[in-house]
Design a protein around this ligand. Structure first.
Ligand code: OOG
Ligand code: NI
Length: 459
């Protein structure tokens, strides 16, 4: 029996190999990331692995895919369910970018600490919103929905194997091979001709809408290795002559602990695609939608920490608008004033999540009654819990910086409201709240230390 976590690890690996063949610059990105990680481990020693073992980080990837309908999203959920990946978080990107990005999203990922340690593969999954009249007229919506209803992204054999893997907790070896082959195939770029006029019509509204609804299949949009020093990675890629997007998204480079998620990418590359012209002839054209991205992860923030992060983002924008300057410099300054610059500071202000463990080198006598004292006096250690999710504004920035055109939007129309419950109904599964997952992990570690130390309760 191949357990789900092994299926997940193999899927991530095989998808990465496939994508490397399709987009060779991605392979360069992986190689440069691995070099940077080796250098950081050499430079910083054990400290480099505070947010995950080098083994986990080297294998770590996230992917991004885009689908068109709730039915397709429900099928995606079955394929990822087989791999022990569950929907976490709700992201509405429709208003997060100035370009036209008519999607709502969730991320499929493992949710238990041990499963994340085994392999944390996650996929940011977006679904088109044809019902939003700001982007689609009723007439275009109807044609788009008919087009989407007439395609099949995942075949019955794949879905049947997926359901079995989820139900039984894995698959036997031959079924596992078969399942993984079909699953990887479902995300390969299709050789089927693209209807150029249909694609172009959607592209006028939104390049993302065309990428999703202009073709009869789906594909992996990008894959993202994790790197321990993203500023160094950005420099090395640029030195190799690879065009990167203008900025690193998310928190700035600063002297404090790594928090949340920093991301950047190389620009989407032109790829040859077979096109069917309006007169019926078939020829080659090219589309520019796929890229490679890289990320650096830090500690997960509590709701209070996240609110602080959002405030700092607004403050950076405000200062840039008011007095100009270089974003990275303004941001570093705003952060230095706005956030504690040590793990202990973040912990004591309850801004970030930590996992506690009894220290083998603890002193004797009765332990103190509060967590800060237990940590300060060497009774317990506090290890940052890694942020495993995404950031809506960064995600919108990644979408936007890789679009060939802005698209259009009719702001006189009323937006259709979507929320996490609506999406949960569409996927047919509960959507986990990321904060609840981190809080539960922290609370479980606290319960464990109180039991081990024999203290009634700590505050
Ligand atoms: C998804 C963009 C979001 C991220 O890392 O924030 C994303 C997409 O381009 O489909 O992957
Ligand atoms: Ni991404």
């Amino acid at each position: 029996m191949v357990p789900q976590w092994r299926l997940r690890a193999r899927f991530a690996q095989e998808l990465s190999t496939m994508y490397g063949h399709e987009v060779p610059a991605y392979t360069t990105l992986v190689e440069v990331s691995e070099q940077v990680n080796r250098d950081v481990v050499e430079r910083d020693g054990a400290g480099a692995q505070r947010l995950g073992s080098i083994g986990r980080i080297t294998a770590e990837r996230h992917g991004a895919i885009r689908v068109g309908t709730p039915i397709e999203l429900g099928q995606v959920a079955r394929v990822f369910g087989a791999l022990g990946m569950h929907p976490v978080g709700f992201y509405d990107l429709r208003d997060a970018a100035s370009s036209s990005v008519p999607v709502i999203s969730t991320a499929f990922r493992p949710i238990d600490a041990d499963e994340l340690a085994r392999n944390p593969f996650r996929v940011f999954t977006s679904m088109l919103t044809p019902a939003d009249p700001r982007f689609f007229t009723p007439e275009l919506r109807a044609r788009l929905e008919t087009f989407l209803a007439g395609r099949q992204l995942f075949g019955p054999e794949l879905l049947e194997l997926a359901d079995r893997a989820e139900r039984d907790g894995g698959l036997d070896e031959p079924d596992a091979d078969n399942f993984l082959r079909l699953a990887v195939q479902a995300f390969e770029l299709s050789g089927e001709p693209v209807d150029r006029a249909w694609y172009a019509e959607l592209e006028k509204v939104s390049a993302v809408a065309a990428d999703i609804g202009g073709v009869r299949s789906t594909h992996i949009n990008h894959l993202t290795p994790r790197v321990l020093d993203i500023d160094e990675l950005y420099r090395r890629m640029t030195d190799r002559g690879i065009a990167m997007i203008d900025e690193i998204q998310g928190p700035p480079k600063w002297h404090g602990p790594d928090v949340l998620l920093r991301q950047t990418s190389f620009r989407a590359l032109a790829e040859a695609r077979i096109m069917r012209e309006p007169d019926g002839t078939v020829g080659t054209g090219s589309l520019r939608v796929r890229f490679g991205e890289v990320e650096a992860r830090g500690v997960a923030l509590t709701p209070a920490g996240r609110a602080r992060y959002d405030t700092l983002l607004v403050e950076v924008d405000r200062r840039l608008a008011a007095s100009g300057g270089v974003r990275a410099e303004v941001a570093a300054d705003v952060w230095a004033k706005g956030l504690p610059d040590t793990e202990a500071g973040l912990r004591e202000a309850d801004l970030a999540y930590f996992s506690y463990a009894v220290s083998p080198a603890r002193p004797g006598g009765p332990p103190p009654g509060t967590l800060p004292e237990l940590v300060e006096q060497g009774w317990v250690t506090a290890t940052p819990i890694v942020y495993e999710d995404f950031l809506p504004r960064s995600a919108a920035g990644i979408f936007q910086s890789n679009l060939s055109a802005e698209g259009t939007r009719d702001t006189s129309q009323e937006a259709v409201a979507y929320d996490q419950d609506w999406l949960a109904g569409a996927v047919g599964r509960d959507i986990h709240d990321p904060f609840a997952l981190y809080a539960a992990q922290q609370a479980a570690s606290v319960t464990k230390i109180t039991t081990q130390l024999g203290t009634p309760e700590v505050s």
